[in-house]
Design a protein around this ligand. Sequence first.
Ligand SMILES: Cc1cc2nc3c(=O)[nH]c(=O)nc-3n(C[C@H](O)[C@H](O)[C@H](O)COP(=O)(O)OP(=O)(O)OC[C@H]3O[C@@H](n4cnc5c(N)ncnc54)[C@H](O)[C@@H]3O)c2cc1C
Length: 248
Amino acid sequence: MELWRKQTERFKADFVDDNVSKVDFKQRPLRVWTSDVAHEGRTVIVATGANAKYLGLPSEERLKGRGVSACAVCDGMFFKNLEVVVVGGGDTAMEESLYLSKLTKTVTVVHRRNAFRASKIMQDRLFKTPNIKVMWDSEVVDVLGESKVEGVRIKNRKTGTTSDLKAQGLFLAIGHEPATDFLRGQVRLDRGYVVLVPHDGLATATSVDGVFAAGDVHDFRYRQAVTAAGFGTMAALDAERWLQKSGQ
Ligand SMILES: Cc1cc2nc3c(=O)[nH]c(=O)nc-3n(C[C@H](O)[C@H](O)[C@H](O)COP(=O)(O)OP(=O)(O)OC[C@H]3O[C@@H](n4cnc5c(N)ncnc54)[C@H](O)[C@@H]3O)c2cc1C
């Protein structure tokens, strides 16, 4: 990323290392605020991503990247023939568990209720997979291990008892939070994700003329670095084309 930033600076891009707190896309030029400073632009590309949700345990934070992950397709290969735990109960949790089951020795799905939210077809697939087991009415209350994951502590929500489960990986599959609070009321969102409104050959256009979106902030399906980078290129080309077409 540092190399990419240096290259971009060489092409005279300005960087502001701050958070965007609000925007005003209702007038021209478009405005974006960081701290108390307003930045003006004829076009804006939103690429603020989506944060994976975690349980919020200190041990989980400490062991992120050391056995704790939120992306099975990204990190699954590190857990070949090992034992992993997946937390969640929706379609994403089913998908992640089924993917991991092909690589790992066992997958234990920990779910806080006694039924999944996931579609029946996904549940059926999961139940039929011999190396996947489910712990109902349970939650992970601690991640065990000093420098890498060695297990998880699980609390049964019905009985209140805790037990330790040996595992080398913990995958969170409890959703993502798109970083779009500052866009509310300005750009069309769906469950927090920016909605793309392709028109006139501009695939990354949004509901606001001249505002484009790239990466995980709109893409809840693929969520990969390479797809985000691809969308970034598309958005840059779209913005350039839009500027030329609109004579701005
Ligand atoms: C554990 C894990 C492992 C992964 N491993 C892989 C992998 O191996 N291969 C792969 O292809 N993908 C992997 N991914 C997915 C990949 O990280 C994402 O798909 C990719 O980073 C999305 O890029 P993005 O630019 O859309 O968003 P991000 O990378 O999330 O970047 C968004 C940026 O916007 C900033 N931002 C957010 N809000 C504001 C604001 N209000 N103002 C200013 N800046 C803001 C953020 O700080 C961040 O720097 C992994 C994801 C996870 C969670």
